[in-house]
Design a protein around this ligand. Structure first.
Ligand code: ZN
Length: 248
């Protein structure tokens, strides 16, 4: 994870455990992140800085703040039965579902050596992914294809694990280009292939629901590493196989 460049703010001088215990969970976690000089952007995973029970504390905090947002929107949540429990529902949805990739550690993935010495292009996908844009917190729905060119030293992971790692990275407020790079870094580090190619095609609901309201706009981007960068034939083979899959 990249480090922050900014120095420690003066209001974050060392505090005692007792003082920390009296702070809201979000402040406590922020304190640990800042003192460890760790970045905590929307798409960073901060699971290592959370202690047991703190996800529930965060949920209660977020619920209270969302209740204030509804109040500021002049919605009568007391008599409107539809919005009665909305703050609670949305807080739960953020922490347990759509942004869970920030607060939970990476799903466990078993790697096994490439005993068969597979060295042919392997394509996984399309993997359906769900995310939200960091700019508007609007949903992103998309598909990801992963091309791997293993070598004899690569660690292989089960096919379903690609989807689990992708889901973990996408379940955060994201920017599509950064999400694809994060996924590439994670797979490069685990699988150690000779070549890695990732293509993501996604619908950004901030383009449909607001702004230009263009129902057709989709965004496609890709990352190519190693042999996929150097070998145009390999890159072509990968892209042609996925465009054929796309038509099915
Ligand atoms: Zn957006």
């Amino acid at each position: 994870m990249p480090k922050t460049a900014s120095p420690l703010p003066s209001n974050l001088l060392p505090r005692s455990e007792e003082e920390l215990a009296h702070m809201p969970a979000s402040e406590r976690i922020r304190y640990r992140l800042v003192t460890a000089d760790r970045r905590f952007h929307a798409n960073d995973n901060i699971a290592a800085f959370l202690r047991e029970g703190e996800i529930d504390e965060l949920k209660a905090e977020v619920q209270a703040k969302l209740q204030e947002v509804l109040r500021a929107l002049v919605i009568d949540t007391d008599s409107d039965h539809n919005t009665n429990e909305t703050a609670k529902r949305v807080a739960k949805m953020y922490l347990d579902e759509v942004f869970r990739g920030r607060y939970h550690p990476m799903p466990s993935v078993t790697e096994f050596p490439n005993a068969e010495r597979l060295n042919e292009l392997m394509i996984v996908g399309p993997i359906t992914v769900r995310s939200a844009c960091s700019h508007h917190m609007c949903p992103i729905f998309g598909r990801v294809w992963i091309g791997i060119l293993p070598n004899e030293h690569s660690n292989l992971i089960g096919l379903s694990k690609y989807a689990r790692i992708a889901d973990w990275i996408m379940s955060r407020p994201q920017i599509q280009e950064e999400a694809v790079t994060m996924l590439a870094n994670e797979l490069q580090q685990r699988v150690k292939p000779d070549g890695l190619g990732i293509v993501m095609e996604a619908d950004h609901f901030c383009m449909h629901w607001r702004g230009v309201k263009d129902p057709e706009s989709a965004m496609v981007n890709s990352v190519m590493r190693g042999a996929f960068l150097k070998d145009a034939n390999l890159r072509r083979e990968f892209l042609s196989l996925l465009s054929r899959k796309n038509q099915n």
